[in-house]
Ligand binder design. Structure first.
Ligand SMILES: [Fe+2]
Ligand SMILES: [Fe+2]
Length: 134
């Protein structure tokens, strides 16, 4: 199994609930990569993509709930990034359903992965002093 997305300690926020959710997102994306390469991509990719969409929404809602609880000053712009990412996933799903070839879809998937790493290291890490330290 190829694993393009491996957890690094640099990604940690120190909030256990958040780090566990990020790890789970990594697992789902790795599952997606593996499915793309496998013989049953057509039957598995839509299911995993749905799981990615649902789990991403769940994870973002966890962060956004903490933003409100802790009165995080950058919450509005952070939520905008979340909304934008959910749109990206939905567009990717639609493109796949409308029969875009898998090679292009693979590129888009790498874009999703890169976005997620960039978001964790950039925007998520900005909330550490507000959310993840006492
Ligand atoms: Fe996050
Ligand atoms: Fe976030």
């Amino acid at each position: 199994m190829s694993e393009l997305f491996s957890w690094k300690d640099d990604y940690a926020t120190g909030c256990e609930i958040i780090d566990n959710q990020h790890k789970k997102l990594f697992d789902i994306i790795n599952e997606l990569f593996t499915a793309f390469e496998g013989a049953f991509a057509e039957s598995q990719v839509p299911r995993i993509l749905k799981e990615l969409e649902e789990y991403t929404i769940y994870h973002f809602s966890t962060e956004e709930r903490l933003f409100v609880e802790k009165n995080y000053p950058l919450k509005d712009q952070h939520k905008q990034e979340h909304d934008h990412f959910i749109q990206k996933i939905r567009k990717f799903k639609l493109d796949l359903e409308s029969g875009q070839n898998n090679l292009l879809a693979f590129d888009v998937m790498i874009t999703l992965k890169d976005w997620l790493i960039g978001h964790i290291l950039g925007s998520d890490h900005k909330y550490i002093p507000y959310l993840c330290k006492n």
